[in-house]
Design a protein around this ligand. Structure first.
Ligand SMILES: Nc1ncnc2c1ncn2[C@@H]1O[C@H](COP(=O)(O)OP(=O)(O)OP(=O)(O)O)[C@@H](O)[C@H]1O
Ligand SMILES: [Mg+2]
Length: 307
């Protein structure tokens, strides 16, 4: 149930333009939950696509369950369960269970095996009451749950999840986390997410990637402890480079949430001081250049999106 990347690079070429989506990714995991986080366009989906053999790396090697994604495609596919953001996975007129039976048969199960397994999995992901309802009546969250059930049909040792909690309500997110925790006891799970709560609660290992490179890696505790304490202050002016730390503002003042060790340049009334969260770590670790960021404008209705 291992996943390994050795200097994986990916260059996309479109209309004479080249985009270096991955610039040499090296890591190795065995068991547990590894989360890949990073800004939009960082290369997370590209990495998941390489590990699931949907695209091939331009350079480097990747192995899933010991099989090369380049030379052992079929074995890799048999070793993984994949959930992507795609909404075109299922037949609209078939019920959830019929869809799973269809995929189960494609994956090599008999009809009765696929039916049994499909039912069990639908119960497990919380779709027990929706087994015989046509897929077209499923909400976004239910579609995500069915996609997870589909990925588990053959009980693969490695699960790859691209933004699995997108569109899940808080109660569903909680049951999703429980499911993932349960699965991680005997599988390797690699997931991308922008939801720091899910990442913080689930992961043994977090890889922060930005512009196609691993910026830092560690357990949630290690990452958060490395930042230490954060302070919230009320200030009149935002020093250059501190824009990303602004958490609220009005016409007269800003509130910034800044790691204590770099608070030096910021002068203002201290509102609170507490242990950093993973979100604090994320904001601090990534340079603002790669992320959409709030552009702060005074006297013109506050903030607007700037890219
Ligand atoms: N098929 C493609 N052709 C050309 N460029 C692509 C293609 N897919 C992705 N890219 C580019 O590769 C880079 C990485 O994209 P990717 O989808 O891997 O990012 P991501 O980290 O998943 O972002 P997000 O958080 O928005 O999902 C981006 O610059 C993107 O524009
Ligand atoms: Mg993506």
């Amino acid at each position: 149930m291992s996943v390994e990347c050795r200097d994986v690079q990916k260059i996309y070429k479109i209309k004479g333009r080249t985009i270096e989506a991955l610039k040499g990714i090296t890591f190795s995991v065995k068991g547990g939950v590894t989360s890949i986080v990073g800004p939009n366009g960082a290369g997370k989906t590209t990495l998941i696509k390489i590990l699931s053999t949907l695209i091939i790396p331009t350079k480097g090697e990747a192995y899933v369950n010991g099989y090369s994604v380049i030379s052992d495609e079929k074995k890799v596919r048999e070793s993984i369960g994949l959930v992507t953001v795609s909404d075109r996975l299922f037949y609209f007129r078939l019920t959830g269970l019929e869809n799973l039976i269809f995929y189960g048969i494609l994956d090599g199960l008999s009809i009765s095996e696929a039916r049994e397994r499909g039912k069990d999995l639908m119960e497990m992901v919380g779709l027990g009451d929706w087994i015989n309802v046509p897929y077209m009546k499923y909400s976004t969250g239910m579609q995500r749950k069915l996609a997870l059930a589909r990925a588990l049909l053959t009980d693969p040792p490695v699960i790859l999840l691209d933004e699995p909690t997108l569109g899940l309500d808080p109660v569903s997110s909680r049951s999703f986390r429980e499911t993932i925790r349960y699965l991680s006891r005997n599988k390797s799970i690699l997931m991308t997410s922008h939801n720091m709560r899910d990442v913080e609660e689930l992961s043994n290992n977090i890889m922060v990637i930005s512009s196609g490179k691993i910026v830092t890696q560690g357990s949630p505790k290690e990452l958060v402890n490395s930042l230490g304490t954060v302070m919230e202050l009320r200030i009149k002016e935002v020093p250059k480079g501190y824009e990303k730390y602004v958490i609220s503002s009005n016409e007269r003042e800003y509130v910034v949430r800044v790691p204590k060790r770099i608070v030096g340049q910021v002068e203002g009334e201290i509102i609170k001081e507490e242990q950093a969260t993973l979100e604090d770590f994320y904001v601090h670790a990534l340079d603002t250049i790669n992320q959409p960021r709030w552009e702060i404008e005074r006297g013109r209705g506050g903030r607007r999106w700037g890219f």
